[in-house]
Design a protein around this ligand. Structure first.
Ligand SMILES: [Zn+2]
Ligand SMILES: [Zn+2]
Length: 431
């Protein structure tokens, strides 16, 4: 076979281009063009950043605060923390399953909550304040595509709403985008484009926002009964589309697994997140049900972390059991959920986990972030591997930077190549 291009990688270490199997590029872009609170390690610093931003803008829409990372006061931001800020403020928690609004913001939408906290479906009330303008969609997606390329990502399975879907039509992306649409935004023509991949629905919320369907918590957190979910699946499969179901708590994961088990082979479906997995569930997962998980969530899995705080000792060792999943021969595709975007960030946690049920090897983690993702989207015959006949999608690293497995989190690629074309070259980026 004749190569299209020849590269001198000057000793670079070549990995298959990463496929992020679950991302929200719109929010990755918006957190750049608006306000990103992820890096702040104290609550007071995050609130300060909101205050400073408010001085220069007529409203604040902020993303990615995570109380479990704060050294001073690991509690949610509430409306009273934002007292004295005269501009409307909406700040989304890292997981996107809850947001806090200040008095000014609540007044402008005619809603009031004593603590300013909006969870799950209630967050739609905040839309008038947070919905981007048409141009902002395009700008945010372009920003996020650039970030993806700089992280070695060559393919993204992006979870999109209708407005984001439409914005993609106005963009030329050099990163491969495979779109999953939210069930409520599904439209007649969806599925006719080869990059339209499937339909996402929710069985529950998140552990961080305390909205997961977890045994011992509120059973109302289960957003659909097993029958309702089965009907949803039937409807989606009858249109020849796969189901991507969000399931985090043990109850939700069980409903998802059992339903798919009863209909094995209908489509290549996925269970998204798959965090609390009861004994026996892994035995009923078939080859057409892909576990789509986020290894960066293991950041919360250590002693004293968020999983222990929310769930106690009993789930401490057993959440996100990647080792067990692979040992059962199941497909495990990795993504970031944009929390934050970054394959090496996630691979770092999967390789370095404190607990043996979660810990997998570097090679396994890279495969989950490439080959397994291509299988999930049915593209396993042409992307996701370095092999003759496959598209030349690569993430090139300096070997020195990935040798030390304890520091993978910091590893940045030298180059990203999609279909033989360099889409990112670190040596050409001004530092
Ligand atoms: Zn989800
Ligand atoms: Zn998500």
């Amino acid at each position: 076979m004749e190569a299209k291009n020849t590269f001198d990688l000057s000793g670079g270490y070549v990995l298959p281009g990463f496929i992020d199997s679950h991302a929200h590029l719109l929010s990755t872009g918006l957190e750049q063009t608006r306000l990103n609170l992820f890096e702040y390690e104290a609550k007071i610093e995050a609130i300060d950043a909101i205050r400073r931003y408010a001085e220069k803008h007529d409203k604040v829409v902020a993303y990615r605060w995570d109380e479990s990372r704060w050294r001073d006061d690991p509690t949610y931001i509430t409306a009273s923390d934002l007292d004295g800020i005269v501009k409307p403020v909406v700040a989304f928690r890292r997981d996107g399953h809850m947001a806090v609004a200040n008095d000014q913001a609540m007044r402008s939408i005619g809603q009031h909550r004593p603590d300013g906290i909006f969870r799950e479906e209630d967050m739609q009330m905040l839309d008038p304040l947070v919905k981007p303008g048409e141009e902002e969609y395009v700008q945010a997606l372009q920003t996020a595509i650039g970030i993806s390329a700089s992280l070695g990502i060559t393919g993204v399975r992006d979870i999109v709403d209708r407005a984001t879907y439409d914005a993609y039509r106005r963009i030329k992306s050099n990163v491969r985008i495979f779109k999953v649409i939210y069930a409520e935004d599904l439209f007649a023509g969806f599925g006719s484009d080869p990059s339209d991949w499937g339909v996402k629905t929710f069985l529950d919320g998140s552990l961080g926002a305390r909205t997961a369907a977890h045994e011992g918590w509120d059973t109302k957190n289960l957003k659909m009964s097993e029958q309702q979910f089965e009907r949803f699946c039937e409807g989606t499969w009858s249109r020849n589309l796969p189901v991507a179901v969000h399931a985090i708590g043990d109850l939700a994961v069980r409903v998802a697994a059992e339903t798919m088990h009863r209909h094995a082979g209908r489509q290549r479906n996925s269970i998204e997140h798959f965090e609390l997995v009861e004994d026996g569930v892994l035995d009923i997962i078939d080859a057409n049900t892909i576990v789509s998980a986020q290894p960066n969530f293991l950041e919360w899995a250590g002693h004293g972390g968020m999983y222990q705080d929310r769930l106690g000792e009993s789930w401490l060792y057993r959440n996100n059991p990647y080792r067990d999943i692979l040992d059962k021969g199941l497909k495990l595709a990795f993504g970031s959920d944009s929390m934050p975007l970054g394959p090496m960030y996630g691979i770092h946690y999967a390789v370095n986990s404190e607990f043996s049920q979660q810990r997998i090897t570097f090679d396994e983690a890279v495969r989950s972030y490439s080959e397994a993702g291509s299988y999930l989207i049915g593209a396993e015959n042409w992307i996701g591997r370095i092999e003759t006949g496959y598209s030349a999608d690569f993430a090139v690293f300096n070997e020195r930077n990935i040798e030390d497995r304890r520091r993978l989190k910091e590893a940045k690629p030298l180059m990203t190549i999609v279909h033989g074309n360099t889409i990112y070259d670190a040596s050409r980026v001004d530092s």
